[in-house]
Design a protein around this ligand. Structure first.
Ligand code: GLC
Length: 527
């Protein structure tokens, strides 16, 4: 194993591995992954060379939005195990040098949370003001479809929900709610948790005057701050969002070396908007989760564009990069849309090289290290995602990227002895972790080699970045630290390219050719 230098900051220089616990490893046979399953796989995770694990929510929940609807912040849902399992997971992860990041949903709770069942019971209930009430709705639309207001049968008033009606928004203007959130943070940091991924940060606060959102004008950019034909001027990116983050920063700083990472959505985002969430010199969020490469087809030009945008942030806003997540189509299936399985050729590896060599924290979504593809063609009966179901399947399901991890070629790919909650991708016989561990040319072994190279090379994990060529289908940049210079060349085209420099090749898609082959890459250590 390489030696990490003193100033190696885990969340900044290390790699984060995202696990969707429902789909990682089931140890009980109920078809749903659990915390014991993650514990069982910690050696595998550590062998990747990653520094931290971000776990999607596993707290008590009716699971209407698969855990993003929390009914008890202090309890592991029995589906995933219990609080003792969580303690063990933290201890065992730490033994292996892995940090643990929890997913904190603060914008809303489940409608089954006792705070809400109390709040809705009467207008004068002490918890009433913990949620957002109005006597009549305005025109705001929910992100998951339909009005963002739901009439409460007990009091006749309407409550606000940015997402599903089963996910009522907390009233974060109420100081008691903020105090409670701080308590939750302290509780988990005391337990040893190393950081939090903050869900849906953009939607924390709403306009106090409840002004209607303006209609989206014809021809304007649909992706820009919009939902169902309206621009979310009054219930998105509210200025108070930043002050809550400042409070969370303060509480997080009560404990050493902890991270806060914000899910700042993609809509209408530009450098200016990101900077506000970072605050000056990362004094607000440590990391803003980068959505730029999570959507759409991944042609060469997008990588350069993203890189330039994030490099244009001031140097003290440390970027992050992700290609896949639990909400989007897996990158491998967007870069090779016509190809469902092995062999990937170079293109999957090309993605990995970009991710691991740019200046910023890389996020790897479970299965990405195997080149696990998106599950396409789930039938209406198989689809579980409420966003898709509530919209009569007109919204593409998020289930295709949430299918079970493919561990080996046994039944259900070694994920579960029971019947998995989502089908296992049919390519698991060829693409699985066990087979790839035996194959030096596999995606898995490539990921390990790459992460090891990154971890052991200051220029790659902490160095400055200088873009040399950005031609859309060919991207070249230098990474520089401690007097060492590395040159990364990524060929997103079907034509061969050459590199003009002198140095030593440290990683290459094909060392036997003179130039860089189609969809190939090279990393050089320059003289
Ligand atoms: C975030 C999560 C998503 C969830 C939503 C509502 O966007 O990533 O999975 O459905 O918030 O909590």
């Amino acid at each position: 194993m390489y030696m990490l230098e003193q100033e190696f900051v885990w969340w900044k220089h290390g790699v984060v591995y995202q696990i969707y616990p429902r789909s990682y490893k089931d140890t009980t046979g109920n078809g749903v992954g659990d915390l014991q399953g993650v514990i069982e796989k910690l050696d595998y995770i550590a062998s990747l060379g990653v520094s931290a694990i971000w776990l999607n929510p596993f707290f008590a929940s009716p699971m209407v939005d698969f855990g993003y609807d929390i009914s008890d912040y202090y309890m592991v849902d029995p589906l995933f195990g219990n609080n003792t399992d969580l303690l063990l997971l933290i201890t065992e992860a730490h033994k292996r040098g892995l940090k643990i990041i929890l997913d904190m949903v603060l914008n809303h709770t489940s409608d089954q949370h006792p705070w809400f069942t109390e709040a809705r019971s009467s207008k004068d209930n002490p918890k009433r003001d913990w949620y957002v009430w109005r006597d009549k709705p305005n025109n705001w639309e929910s992100i998951f479809g339909g009005s963002a207001w739901e009439k409460c049968p007990f009091t006749g008033e309407y409550y606000y929900h940015a997402f599903l009606s089963e996910q009522p928004d907390l009233n974060l203007r109420n100081p008691e709610v903020v105090e409670e959130i701080k308590k939750i943070f302290r509780h988990y940091m005391e337990m040893g948790v190393d950081g939090f991924r903050l869900d849906a940060v953009n939607t924390y606060y709403e306009d106090a005057a409840w002004r209607n959102n303006p209609e989206l004008k014809e021809g304007s950019d649909l992706s820009s701050h919009s939902v169902a034909g309206q621009r979310r001027v009054y219930n998105y990116d509210h200025y108070l969002n930043y002050s809550l983050l400042d409070d969370l920063r303060e509480v997080t700083d009560e404990y050493p070396n902890r991270l806060i990472l914000g899910e700042v959505g993609r809509e209408g985002k530009d450098e200016h908007a990101w900077k506000k969430y970072y605050g000056s010199c990362n004094r607000r969020l440590d990391l803003v989760f980068n959505f730029d490469l999570l959507y759409g087809e991944l042609s060469g030009g997008r990588f350069g564009k993203t890189l330039k945008a994030w490099e244009s942030l001031q140097y003290c806003s440390w970027p992050s990069y992700a290609l896949s997540s639990h909400d989007q189509i897996r990158a491998i299936s967007r870069v090779i849309p016509d190809q469902d399985a092995c062999p990937w050729g170079n293109r999957g590896k090309l993605l990995a090289v970009f991710l691991m060599t740019v200046r910023g924290t890389p996020f790897v979504y479970y299965g990405e290290e195997l080149g696990m593809p998106e599950y396409k063609g789930l039938t209406d009966e198989q689809i579980q995602d409420p966003w898709s179901i509530r919209n009569n399947y007109t919204v593409p399901t998020r289930d295709g990227c949430r299918t079970p991890m493919i561990w080996d070629d046994s039944k259900h790919a070694g994920f579960s002895l029971g019947s998995p909650w989502l089908p296992v991708h049919e390519t698991y016989k060829e693409i699985n972790a066990a087979a790839q561990q035996e194959d030096q040319a596999s995606m898995l072994e490539f990921y390990k080699e790459l992460i090891q190279l990154r971890n052991g090379t200051p220029a790659l994990h902490k160095g400055d970045l200088e873009i040399i060529i950005d031609e859309g289908d060919f991207l070249q940049y230098r990474r520089i630290a401690d007097g060492e210079v590395y040159l990364v060349s990524l060929n997103f085209s079907a034509a061969e390219r050459t590199v003009e420099d002198t140095g030593k090749v440290v990683l290459s898609s094909d060392r036997s050719v003179e130039g860089i082959e189609a969809y190939g890459f090279e990393i050089w250590k320059l003289d």
